[in-house]
Write a protein that binds this ligand. Structure first.
Ligand SMILES: CC(C)(COP(=O)(O)OP(=O)(O)OC[C@H]1O[C@@H](n2cnc3c(N)ncnc32)[C@H](O)[C@@H]1OP(=O)(O)O)[C@@H](O)C(=O)NCCC(=O)NCCS
Length: 152
């Protein structure tokens, strides 16, 4: 296990992340807690992150959420893949990280999953249960697995 995952700061970030996961009100509280654990958030008072939203538990500092973003219940924003010891022997690394950006005014629907190295463009809408594997253009509406443009 990489030492990053056993450090006290990792544990502390995990506890704050758990508080964010269950926080209901005021509406900015979850965004503030995520910001405290390292997620790159500007004006947290403009960002709404619902309860039961998971934002990368291991490398929150690699997720950027711009002003005016809404992330609704059950959505997951993931920026890393951690490999098992046996898989590490094949791929040659313990984990990979891909920065995620959710740009101003974007909306992430219920239970959507945003995967590493994805940029969700300005005012884009990610539909319920979408799995976003590629960049979402600004003002686009995407849905499905993998997510495709279904409107704008
Ligand atoms: C993505 C979304 C915004 C699209 O709404 P819309 O523009 O009114 O789209 P429509 O309902 O007219 O559907 C347009 C097409 O997209 C498809 N579609 C709609 N939502 C979809 C989704 N989440 N995933 C995949 N396809 C979807 C429809 O089946 C339809 O396909 P068709 O043209 O082949 O018939 C909406 O369906 C959605 O998922 N909203 C998120 C709701 C949510 O998470 N709320 C959280 C509240 S806290």
């Amino acid at each position: 296990m990489h030492k990053y995952f056993t450090s006290p700061s990792f544990l502390l970030k995990g506890i704050v992340g758990y508080l964010a996961y269950v926080s209901i009100a005021p509406p900015w509280l979850a965004a503030w807690l995520h910001k405290k654990r390292g997620v790159q958030i500007g004006n947290y008072k403009t960002v709404y992150i619902a309860p039961n939203v998971l934002i990368d538990t291991s490398f929150p500092e690699h997720v950027t959420i711009s002003d005016g973003v809404y992330i609704t219940r059950g959505a997951k924003v993931i920026c890393h893949t951690a490999f098992t010891p046996l898989t590490q022997e094949i791929v040659g690394v313990e984990y990979t990280i891909g920065d995620v950006f959710i740009e101003e005014g974007a909306y992430i629907g219920v239970n959507a999953v945003v995967l590493p190295s994805v940029r969700v463009g300005r005012c884009a809408i990610v539909g319920a249960s979408a799995v976003v594997t590629k960049d979402v253009p600004a003002y686009a509406i995407v849905g499905g697995i993998p997510a495709r443009v279904i409107g704008d």
